[in-house]
Ligand binder design. Structure first.
Ligand SMILES: Nc1ncnc2c1ncn2[C@@H]1O[C@H](COP(=O)(O)OP(=O)(O)O)[C@@H](O)[C@H]1O
Ligand SMILES: [Mg+2]
Length: 233
C-alpha cells in the first residue's frame, strides 16, 4: 500500500476562464492529519471540492490509494472511502438528528449501527436525537456533520473549516474529536483559515496563498511562516 492515501498532483481548477488553483501538490499520509491553512479566498474549498469530485479538475491528477480517481463521481469516491464535510453546516436542518444520521446509511450501515456509532462518539447528539437539526447550536450541528461522516467509516475525511462562526473553545473541542477520529485510523485533510485551531492537532501542515501551496512541513515549521504568508495566526 502506498504511504500516501490521497495525492493531489499539479491540480489546476477554476471558475469559467478564471483559474483559482495553480498547480497544487499535496500528499496526505495514511493515518495522519494534514492541515491546509489559508485566508479567505485562497482556494481551500475549491481544492476539497475538486478532491471530492464535486468540482471539475482543470488538469493534474488525484490519486486515492495510488489509484487515479480524477473525474470519478462524488458517489463513487464516497463508496471508495472518501468523505467530505462541506463548508457551513453539513446537515439537513428540517430533519431530526436521527433522520440526519439515517441519511448516511445508504453505504451499507444499518440505522441502529449509525446511531450507535454517532452517539458513542457524541453523547450530546444522543440526548438530542429527536430534535430538528436546524434548532441545534452551531457546535452541535458540526458534531452532527462529523457524526454523519464517521458512520460510513471513511478512509479519507476532508473537513472544510469546522471553525466557521464558532467560539474558540468549541472549535478546540471539535478538533479534539477530529483528532480522535484520526486515531481510529481515518486519514484527515482539514482546511482552515484559523491556524490556531488546527496546528496543535495536525501531523503535517501547509500554507496556501492565492491558489498556491507556499510552505509545507511540520506544524512547527509552517507556523514560522504564518505571519509572513497571511494574517491568520
Ligand atoms: N462559485 C464561484 N464562482 C466564481 N468564483 C468563485 C466561486 N467560488 C469561489 N470562487 C473564487 O475562487 C477563489 C477561491 O475560493 P474558495 O475556494 O472558496 O476559497 P477559500 O475556501 O479558501 O475561502 C476566490 O477568489 C473565490 O472568489
Ligand atoms: Mg472556503
Amino acid at each position: 500500500m502506498a504511504e500516501a492515501v490521497l495525492e493531489l498532483k499539479g491540480i489546476r481548477a477554476g471558475y469559467g476562464s478564471v483559474e483559482v488553483l495553480h498547480e497544487v501538490d499535496l500528499s496526505l499520509r495514511r493515518g495522519s492529519v494534514l492541515a491546509v491553512l489559508g485566508s479567505n479566498g485562497a482556494g481551500k474549498s475549491t481544492l476539497l471540492r475538486v478532491a471530492a469530485g464535486l468540482h471539475p479538475l482543470g488538469s493534474g491528477s488525484v490519486l486515492l490509494d495510488g489509484r487515479r480517481v480524477a473525474n470519478w463521481s462524488p458517489d463513487r469516491l464516497a463508496r471508495h472511502g472518501l468523505c467530505l464535510i462541506p463548508e457551513g453546516r453539513g446537515v439537513f436542518p428540517r430533519l431530526t438528528v436521527r433522520e440526519n444520521l439515517w441519511m448516511s446509511t445508504h453505504l451499507g450501515v444499518t440505522r441502529a449501527t449509525a446511531e450507535e456509532i454517532a452517539f458513542a462518539r457524541f453523547p450530546r447528539l444522543g440526548e438530542r436525537r429527536d430534535q430538528m437539526a436546524g434548532t441545534l447550536s452551531g457546535g452541535e450541528q458540526q458534531m452532527l456533520a462529523l457524526a454523519r461522516a464517521v458512520i460510513v467509516r471513511p478512509k479519507v475525511l476532508l473537513v472544510d473549516e469546522l471553525s466557521m462562526g464558532l467560539a474558540p473553545q468549541l472549535v478546540d473541542s471539535l478538533y479534539d474529536s477530529v483528532r480522535a477520529i484520526a486515531a481510529d485510523g481515518v486519514s484527515v485533510l482539514v482546511v482552515e483559515q484559523f491556524a490556531r485551531a488546527v496546528l496543535g492537532m495536525a501531523d503535517r501542515a501547509a500554507i496556501m496563498v492565492s491558489g498556491r501551496v507556499v510552505h509545507q512541513g511540520t506544524p512547527a515549521e509552517v507556523e514560522e511562516h504564518l505571519s509572513s504568508a497571511y494574517l491568520g495566526g
